[in-house]
Design a protein around this ligand. Sequence first.
Ligand code: ADP
Length: 328
Amino acid sequence: MKEIDVMAIGELLIDFSPAGPSLNKRPTFEQNPGGAPANVVAALGKWGRATSMIARVGEDFFGEDLISTLKEHHVDCSLITKDKKIPTTLAFVNLDDNGNRSFRFYRKPGADLMLHKDNIEETGIKRCKIFHFGSVSLTGEPSREATWHAVELAKENAKIISFDPNVRELLWEDHDEMKEQIIRGLSVADLVKVSEEELHFLTGEDMLEKAMTLLSETYSIPLLIITLGAEGSSYRLYGKMGFIPGYKVRALDTTGAGDVFWGSVLYQLLGRAKLLELQETDIVQILQTANAVGALTTLKKGAIPSIPTIDEIDLFLRQHRTHMEDKT
Ligand code: ADP
């Protein structure tokens, strides 16, 4: 049976990105494929890794578009089911002048939330190396139960668990419940990615380093990565901490930058004989590349359409290395 490098569970939805005014001077939106866990596997699939997605879409043309996009990125879609009654979830993205985004979800409910425990099967999970999830599929039932069921199966089968909480406060009615669910995720994960805002929100601590120590020690997280937007990223690996600066680019749309960044971290971990046996020098290198991948993802609109190719990443890194050498 074929091995899967990364299996992800969670939201697969349409991101409508602002596309400027129409001829009638009305706002228009571009239909882009999205959903954080889907973005992660799409990136890994594009870069040649074996991936699979567990998700639910509506039986409509948005759902069709999402599945065909993932297939184009070589993601196994055999565990994506279609809901006959509930439409594919939609998210409208608002961008400010710096390319930073906020979301509005059309999901009362949306098909992603209808993912059911019966849609999860152990055989697929047994075949993966890394199991990835987030908190959007934990916002309500039945997808919450389905997600935990899958995560528990992955744990029982000694898979590496990757978690990106991806806090979307608008999707939760009860903030205590949101924290509770995210804490459960942090407690089971081996690899955790959070943004700086999420880190402060989850710890209530303003100082970056203190907050990182608090989070990773409280929940025994072996590898914690903090994304810092244009600034770059920070890590905490078995008690050691560091900051890796980002690259200067003209960001157009940061949607998906964190997911594709995380795809790059997982891609590089998969390239190692023992995924979790890392030295500090390894994580520094991994984040230098992942920062470049994140930066490249901000240059185009949407998440999946902006995933750079391996050649584009190599070229960008070569150009920046030369640039840095010229300066010294
Ligand atoms: P998240 O979705 O986790 O908030 P970020 O927006 O911080 O993700 O982006 C993830 C990574 O992508 C950052 O850590 C950084 O390496 C890169 N990145 C994001 N925005 C920019 C930017 N404006 N310029 C350069 N790099 C960026």
